[in-house]
Design a protein around this ligand. Structure first.
Ligand SMILES: Cc1cc2nc3c(=O)[nH]c(=O)nc-3n(C[C@H](O)[C@H](O)[C@H](O)COP(=O)(O)OP(=O)(O)OC[C@H]3O[C@@H](n4cnc5c(N)ncnc54)[C@H](O)[C@@H]3O)c2cc1C
Length: 443
């Protein structure tokens, strides 16, 4: 007999190409769904026993993700600025403990927050991603219960990793918990909280990184092939942000060989392996978290090195937590105006807050976010056509083959030059009117 919830998920989300791989449906389906490695989307497990429960569809953030209604539920208000979502205070900062800072992706702020929450007894565990727990090149969701376990989960994982597959085990576990996830994963948790689902009842604090673009794991395979390595099974250790901020991709092979590429060099993989969900999602700064954290991209901080995060406090609980951490010298914080925080990420905000809405017009079935820009000028749409061309070339196997056969130093260098040139060329159009974009609430 067909499973009605699975049929709906398949038709509305998976076959429509909208799945963001957040993992919620798998986590809630009691074994009836699983991710299949190469396909990367949830598929039924053929035991014939379990059916997919309706909440696995309701929690999915890919098609129905009404930000106005979720904002109202989480914060009791709508954002003053739709670029950032609801923000009460913004900061630049970093973990005061240098070892936590250096271990983190930007300033170690998320790890410092989790450690402080644990050490002050506000939580007894934190859902986050640990790299290499079972397989050296894969991350998996865990509940970190000590400082050491939190630090094992530091750093950014740039390949798709469905955190919410862990949901099935949370209801019976101990709480309260903190939860760290990307914008779609967080939106799904908020949808479940809104519906009072027991799987998320223990989650008290939600933190999350900004998310611009994410790549399929095939990007790592391609990088390996460029270095003459044929299988990911040769990997002994993989770090996406190793070393001094902003860090570099570092892959250590089982034979001891170490492959490295600077962050801005391995970004050349983005046009080839960017996920569809990065192109469709409109939330860059993780708007439904209590606290969200990104890299503080600004010449001032980049010159200082060491690692700096931009930190947005969205809820009252977040403000209290940050005040407490500042008082106890756990975080070094400098308050900055929201405009300054947003200016660090103008290109990515434009990519999401106008680009994604343009790209949605080209989709067979588009996600419903409950709001949209009132007007996007024609030159900005033209810029998006150029990007569409680049991404469609990047998806071709022949282009991927070609790039794997050119020396990585040349590809990385040329890509970085092209990126900088494109940024300055498109900047006038992309920035024009960005600050003053008006958004309309649709429902
Ligand atoms: C896919 C992705 C894209 C990003 N894009 C941008 C960007 O365009 N611009 C920008 O400024 N910042 C971006 N970030 C955020 C940035 O890389 C840092 O994660 C952020 O600044 C927090 O740094 P930190 O040192 O405070 O975090 P850390 O102290 O290093 O802690 C990071 C926490 O995030 C969790 N985490 C890491 N990766 C994932 C993941 N894939 N899914 C769920 N949880 C995860 C870890 O488990 C850990 O708890 C991105 C992050 C990711 C994962």
């Amino acid at each position: 007999m067909p499973d009605p919830t699975w049929e709906k998920l398949r038709r509305d989300v998976i076959d429509a190409g909208l799945c963001t791989q957040c993992g919620s449906c798998v986590g809630l389906a009691c074994g009836a769904l699983a991710f299949r490695e190469r396909k990367g989307v949830p598929l039924p497990v053929k035991t014939g026993q379990n059916t997919v429960p309706p909440e696995a569809y309701d929690a999915c953030p890919a098609l129905h993700c009404n930000y106005p209604s979720l904002n109202q539920f989480v914060f009791g208000t709508q954002p003053a600025n739709w670029m950032s979502g609801v923000v009460r205070r913004s900061y630049v900062g970093h973990a005061a403990d240098e070892s936590v800072r250096r271990n983190g992706a930007s300033g170690g702020a998320i790890s410092a927050l989790l450690i402080h929450l644990l050490e002050t007894g506000r939580i007894c565990g934190a859902v986050c991603l640990q790299m290499g727990k079972s397989v050296p090149y894969k991350a998996e969701p865990v509940i970190a219960r000590t400082r050491e376990e939190v630090l094992r989960c530091s750093q950014s994982i740039y390949s798709v990793t469905p955190v919410n597959t862990i949901l099935g085990g949370l209801a019976q576990g101990e709480g309260p918990l903190a939860y760290v996830g990307l914008p779609d994963q967080v939106a799904s948790i908020r949808k479940l909280q809104k519906s009072g689902h027991p799987s998320v009842a223990n989650i008290k604090y939600i933190l999350g990184p900004y998310m611009g673009t994410q790549m399929y794991f095939e990007a790592v395979r391609s990088f390996l092939r460029s270095h003459g390595v044929v299988s990911e099974e040769d990997i002994a250790d993989l770090q996406y942000r190793a070393g001094e901020w902003p860090g570099y991709l570092q892959i250590t092979l089982k034979n001891g060989r170490v492959l490295k590429a600077e962050k801005f060099y391995y970004n050349y993989l983005i046009p080839f392996f960017i996920t569809r969900s990065s192109l469709q999602m409109v939330d860059f700064t993780n708007e439904l978290t209590d606290i969200s954290v990104g890299d503080a991209w600004s010449p001032t901080y980049e010159r200082q090195r060491g690692g700096h995060s931009v930190i947005l406090a969205r809820s009252r609980a977040a403000e209290e937590l940050l005040d407490d951490m500042e008082r106890h010298k756990r975080l070094t914080l400098t308050r900055i105006p929201l405009d300054e925080a947003l200016a660090m990420h103008g290109h990515m905000l434009d990519f999401k807050k106008r680009g994604s809405f343009i790209r949605m017009r080209w989709m067979r079935r588009a996600p419903e976010y409950g709001y949209a820009p009132a007007h996007i000028p024609f030159p900005r749409i033209a810029v998006e056509w150029c990007l569409r061309f680049v991404f469609s070339i990047g998806r071709c196997r022949s282009a991927q083959w070609l790039v794997e056969h050119l020396p990585i130093s040349v590809v990385g260098f040329c890509f970085n030059r092209a990126r900088v040139a494109w940024k300055s060329l498109s900047k006038p159009t992309k920035r024009k009117g960005l600050r003053t974009v008006k958004f309309t609430i649709l429902s």
